[in-house]
Design a protein around this ligand. Sequence first.
Ligand SMILES: [Fe+2]
Length: 193
Amino acid sequence: MDKQQERRKAIAAAVADIREIADDGDITPDILARVRTRLLSLAAKHDLFTLEDFPPPEANNKRRSCLYRLSEDDDHRFALYANSADGNVNAPPHDHTTWAVIVGVRGQEENRFYDKAANGVEQTASHMVEDGAGVALMPDDIHSIHIKEGAPVLNFHMYGLGLEQLDRRNFWNERKEIWEVFPAHTDIREARH
Ligand SMILES: [Fe+2]
């Protein structure tokens, strides 16, 4: 089996397990913790998920991160992406309107968590997503993500529904001091082959 076949097989096995864990009834933090554990064991297969396989945006690209779609069901559920970044990335506080689990493969992505406050958001926690560590968010949970210049980052982002379907996500616009609808990510690359 070549590397690509091995990767396809490992992804399919992880998603099948996650479907089983999360498909049955309501999503709870406990269920998401089990999803995170399963995704971490996929992320531990370092040689199947390298920056050469999933390169960050080209140097002349204004965006410093891009997403590779690794898996998504026909009804767009259980959407799994590899997020590849190199350079400064700062996503504002936002929700997802579905569950989300993020686990690290290499490099560091800081996730800050927030509560809604009278005027915007109030930070409640910060977790580093890196090799062996991940975070999980319920549909209404709010986080922001931060990647520093200097070391490329590769991690998995998994959502209850594909990002193209998530057109009602909210983000806190610090400058305008209002909640706005989060525009869809503009650099999603097909990688389900
Ligand atoms: Fe997010």
